[in-house]
Design a binder for this molecule. Sequence first.
Ligand SMILES: NC(=O)c1ccc[n+]([C@@H]2O[C@H](COP(=O)([O-])OP(=O)(O)OC[C@H]3O[C@@H](n4cnc5c(N)ncnc54)[C@H](OP(=O)(O)O)[C@@H]3O)[C@@H](O)[C@H]2O)c1
Length: 325
Amino acid sequence: MKYVTYEAGKGIPSLRLETTSLPALGKGEVTIAVEAFGVNRADTLQRQGKYPAPPGESDILGLEVSGEITSIAEGVDNWSVGDKVCALVPGGGYAEFVNVDARHVLPVPTSVSLTEAAGLTEVFLTAWQALTTFGSLKTGDRALIHAGASGVGLAALQLCRFKGVETATTASSEKKLAVCREQGAHLAINYKEQEFDEVIKSRWPVGVDFILDVVGGDYINRNLKVLKRDGMMIYLAMLAGRYADKLDMALLLAKRARIQGSTLRNRSDNYKAALVDDFVKHAMPGFANGALRVNVDTVLPVGQIQRAHQLLEDNATMGKVIVTW
Ligand SMILES: NC(=O)c1ccc[n+]([C@@H]2O[C@H](COP(=O)([O-])OP(=O)(O)OC[C@H]3O[C@@H](n4cnc5c(N)ncnc54)[C@H](OP(=O)(O)O)[C@@H]3O)[C@@H](O)[C@H]2O)c1
């Protein structure tokens, strides 16, 4: 099969097509003939040599795919050859075929094309996990979603609207903020022109119940200022760098705040299976009735994989970059 190879730390030009053989199908797995794969920051970091694959997982890039099931391990009875699916994979997505735990496979919603479905799993499962597993958000709550026009951000804004949660969000341009508003943001703040904490305090003096932050940096204490007492902040990334500002402990204690960090990739197979199950039961119906949709920024053929990584690294996207075979 063809796959995309790279040399860790050697830059975007090192991404190129090679051939390899598909590993044997493991217990509980299905093989997917990949129609398309989603491109994620984790892939660009792995290519840069900063985020190696977890031990035992494929070195091939790629955390999410869509395609057709071509073979099924003995004992897997919930999928059939020919099913059109999308899946969360721990690696190996940038290839013509991938073997995946059958419990990490999702049906493609009828309203979503097979190509679009390649961009569904990573951001929607991440956002769903943050809002529900960690945040326990309920109708009437308020959330602050940073980087609102990112893949994770737009999925989170849509899911908040789906659950009746009011949202404030941040992004770097009016164009991005317009998309955030269209996807449910009630308060859209250009963080380059306004201090998000001041805007939120003036509009919602009581603050927000939950904050999803992928930035870090000097957001940490400013987040605490707009968090309600007993509220929660979840950190999923550190786009502003590895070290955040010094934590204001007085603010943390006074707010009785909880701070959680998480990465989906290094969760156990059972954890991911339970998350997929919960998402399929409770969020998937939102795709059928039009409340949720995959935000596709750009679709590129695999020959343009270098451009796909460049778009992400330039912060030039609003939603998913998808690459097709
Ligand atoms: N922990 C997990 O389980 C998990 C899972 C999935 C993704 N992630 C991480 O979550 C982050 C978002 O993922 P994604 O796929 O949604 O990313 P994305 O679509 O590539 O969007 C990222 C956006 O973040 C904003 N940004 C970048 N640097 C920033 C900075 N220094 N300060 C403020 N905003 C900044 C940019 O938007 P603006 O132009 O508006 O600034 C950029 O377009 C990534 O770092 C990704 O690795 C984590």
